[in-house]
Write a protein that binds this ligand. Structure first.
Ligand code: C5P
Length: 237
């Protein structure tokens, strides 16, 4: 069974018999406002595990290096153990969320080229914005790693914009995390689910992501189930 290595807001990481492999357990928990809003949502863990499994399998097949190995149960998957780089790489195709509150632009403004922002992963500091020279000064990542993080983020954006478009969804923005394998290879880590991206319906522009929870727009599980259903239709026919 192993032991708990880390408990996050929506996932728990467990050790396994293999020192290079961890077991991820997706929890039925939703948080917003950096943990200040928190609820149990039955079925959410299973939905995120299924959605993230589809996305990571797709990215692996397209040659993107990730930590993902396989899904092992409704709420669990196996991943390669990585040293997490404490950065959040946010890519925005359309202005919404904090970009709108920070810069006062119109919600829904389409960027001619994607906006790229980096945040320092720290609950205690509320995930502050961090720039390149600050990252280098703090030794959080090397110049080469930063270049690779943004090259991979751009590749993921292109692949997933096209994938979600086939599912009738607009990929508005998303957050990625990266880690280093034992040999230093940089890989995509964490998860890709409606918890860490924004998806709008192409026709109605309704939100099919965690904004439903953040803004109290209704029940989360039917919305995540809709995303899963549409993705399955595209990927599995
Ligand atoms: O809140 P903000 O507009 O900066 O979010 C941009 C994108 O990054 C959204 O898709 C959001 O879900 C994601 N994000 C995240 N974790 C954070 C901050 C943002 O997944 N701590």
């Amino acid at each position: 069974m192993g032991h708990v290595i880390y408990t996050g807001k929506a996932k728990q990481m467990w050790s396994t018999d293999d020192p290079e492999v961890l077991r991820v357990v997706y929890l039925d928990q939703a948080t917003a406002l950096n943990g200040k809003k928190k609820d149990q949502i039955q079925g959410k863990g299973q939905l995120n595990n299924e959605i993230s499994t589809l996305i990571f399998t797709y990215l692996n097949a397209k040659g993107v290096k990730t930590h993902f190995i396989k899904k092992i149960s409704a709420t669990e998957e196996l991943v390669k153990k990585v040293e997490i780089i404490p950065l959040e790489a946010v890519t925005r195709n359309i202005a919404t969320g904090h970009f709108v509150t920070r810069f006062g632009v119109e919600d829904g403004l389409v960027f001619p080229t994607p906006v790229e922002e980096t945040y320092y992963k720290s609950d205690a500091l509320d995930d502050p914005f961090i720039n390149r020279s600050q990252i280098l000064a703090l030794g959080l990542a090397t110049e080469d790693e930063l270049a690779e993080i943004w090259q991979l983020s751009r590749q993921v954006n292109e692949l997933l914009k096209a994938l979600f478009a086939k599912a009738g969804l607009i990929l508005v923005d998303f957050k990625l995390e990266f880690g280093r394998l034992g040999d230093g290879t940089l890989v995509l880590a964490d998860e890709f689910s409606p918890d860490n991206c924004r998806l709008w319906d192409q026709q109605t522009r309704s939100h099919l992501d965690k904004d439903v929870y953040r803004k109290d727009l209704g029940d989360l599980t039917p919305v995540y189930a809709e995303v899963l259903h549409r993705l399955k239709k595209v990927l599995e026919g």
